[in-house]
Write a protein that binds this ligand. Structure first.
Ligand code: ADP
Ligand code: MG
Length: 233
């Protein structure tokens, strides 16, 4: 137990440092972005491509900082007995908007009588969004992303299945490593964040993939058998 307390303290120290460092980096970056925009307005059209690249890279660095902050903060979670279906439903408009832009479709299928489970609403949304966005990014237009739920006696499963390019075995090994990305605009922090969220929910993430056919992410949450288990978990 003593070890565990020490670990929590270290984590929160890292979290605090991450928060202040990201703040200190973001401020000058916002200033740089503002001035780049100003200079762009006064410069010849032929240079606009360079400015676009500078802005894109600034935005990318900003994204890495945001993802890293969520990962490092590892805050104390407030868990509530929640309906996973409600959480998914709250995200559907956002997912649909994203899919529409890409000419893709989201299909949701809910099982009946899904039990409530202990969840942190904000984190589960972040997890679902990250996995769903990856799915959409792996598909071309007309692709269908299927989100579904199921349960049996001790667990609830959330499946996010895409019809994308799939993940070759040599990449599968690195999937959850921080900064592993195959995208020019990727941060490689989405899945590490998902894993840390799943772990904090006492859950797990499995991946099934076939190259050229698609990938399914399966997020599993286990029930606590009694209130006592929730306290000691
Ligand atoms: P990012 O999306 O910023 O690249 P992630 O941690 O979310 O970082 O994902 C890491 C990598 O895993 C991606 O760059 C991609 O190569 C691979 N990946 C994740 N999800 C999928 C998916 N549904 N289909 C194909 N590849 C995927
Ligand atoms: Mg991602």
């Amino acid at each position: 137990l003593r070890d565990e307390v020490g670990r929590m303290e270290r984590l929160s120290l890292v979290g605090q440092m991450a928060a202040s460092i990201t703040h200190e980096i973001r401020n000058p970056m916002a200033v740089i972005r503002g001035f780049v925009q100003l200079i762009q307005e006064r410069s010849p059209k032929s240079q606009h491509e360079y400015f676009r690249i500078v802005m894109e890279e600034l935005d990318r660095a900003n994204m890495i900082i945001s993802d890293f902050l969520s990962l490092a903060q590892n805050r104390e979670l407030t868990m509530e007995l929640s309906s996973l279906h409600d959480i998914i439903e709250e995200l559907i408009p956002l997912l649909n908007a994203d899919a529409n832009l890409r000419g893709q479709t989201i299909k949701v299928s809910f099982c009946n009588d899904l039990p409530l489970i202990m969840l942190n609403n904000r984190e589960i949304k972040q997890l679902l969004l990250n996995i769903a966005r990856n799915g959409m990014e792996a598909m071309g237009d007309k692709g269908v992303l299927r989100v579904s739920t199921s349960f049996n006696k001790d667990k609830v499963e959330l499946r996010i299945a895409d019809e994308g390019v799939g993940i070759p075995a040599e990449k599968m090994k690195h999937l959850f490593e921080p900064f592993f990305t195959t995208k020019t605009q990727g941060t490689g922090l989405g899945l590490p964040l998902c894993i840390s969220i799943a772990e904090r929910h006492n859950g797990r993430i499995d991946v099934e993939s076939r190259e050229g056919e698609g990938t399914t992410f399966i997020v599993t949450f286990y029930f606590a058998k009694s209130a006592a288990d929730i306290k000691s978990a």
